[in-house]
Write a protein that binds this ligand. Sequence first.
Ligand code: PLP
Length: 402
Amino acid sequence: MTLSLPIFLDNHSTTPVDPRVLEAMLPYFTERFGNAASRSHSFGWLAEKAVERGREQIAALIGADPREIVFTSGATESNNLAIKGVAWMHHPRGNHLITAATEHHAVLDPLKRLQRDRFEVTVLPVDRYGRVDPAGVQDAITDRTILISVMVANNEVGTLQPIARIAGLARERGILFHCDAAQAVGRIPVDVHGLGVDLASLSAHKLYGPKGVGALFVRRGQPLVRLAPLLDGGGHERGLRSGTLPVPLIVGFGEACRICMGEMPREAARIEALRERLREGLFSGLPEVTLNGHPTQRLPGNLNVSFAGVESDALVTRVGDVAVSSGSACTSASVEPSHVLRAMGVPEELAHASIRFGLGRFTTDEEIDHAVRTFVEQVTQLRRIRAAPDRTPSSARQVEAG
Ligand SMILES: *Cc1c(COP(=O)(O)O)cnc(C)c1O
């Protein structure tokens, strides 16, 4: 197979739409354009049928009942609906929420806003692999605790959390449990009822579906999960999320889930083998490379490593045709190391030297071999420049500073 550049190794940020997903969506932009809420004609009926089929496909992937799926615009909105929805509904009976330091900003930031509105938030520490200790959750619970939110799989280092144990603790104390499952669903088996979670956030564009659609799993049955909506309007989605449903996006989301369900076992094994090939190539080709995250309890497609002595921002610029993400997030004024690596106790130097590789359905052996060659070459060069700055051509210095 010939190699086509650039290579996409950033499948945690988003994934391409699978061609089969696009195919399924197309008719719903044109002849089947109806509003799923229109009850009086066949345009509406066709749209509603498509939405309900999508709902079934999504529910099936996570072992839920279709009536437990609420459509949203993505995992950001699902997280906001779960967290603020529980907080607003249960205040003032309780005002305490618990989360972990390595959560996505779409969990941490809604909690920060609640904190400004006089809610109390406990942010649990993690171990050096990024894992939450269930005993720490136990200790943090108070009589005022209304929600615990811990993600299934981390988006930077791929670490998997002991969800079933934490959810069990929450259930025993009558506290609702939410998980951000955006990185996990479609990549590893997630059975919401088996895990015992009350609320789970999903995103279509992390599993080869379209951007702009997601879902919140809301458990049915006793004890009741009660939520306040973020949006008021037409009362769609049983009043939890008003707004006309994006039928083509939902059809694509459903088809993407159907494909994941059929292909996950084989796909995960193939991707994990490629990830190991990448890891072995980098670790045998370069000295002073360290793994970030858990050695085994991690997503199959995730590799996060630090190349000591190298600024990851300079490195991502130099490897131009290999799209990866650096462990630093440029804010307006300064370069902040990732809050995830910081919480894991990764030294600042190594946090600034970290690269996240995200492998996916369309990653090939040739791409991995090319990525290994490119990174070995560029890391070696950057280290040489650093060791002998006086002999650096000015152009290379500029790149390193950029
Ligand atoms: C991508 C991602 C989100 C945000 O999802 P959107 O659908 O883009 O809003 C939230 N949480 C995690 C863990 C993610 O990886």
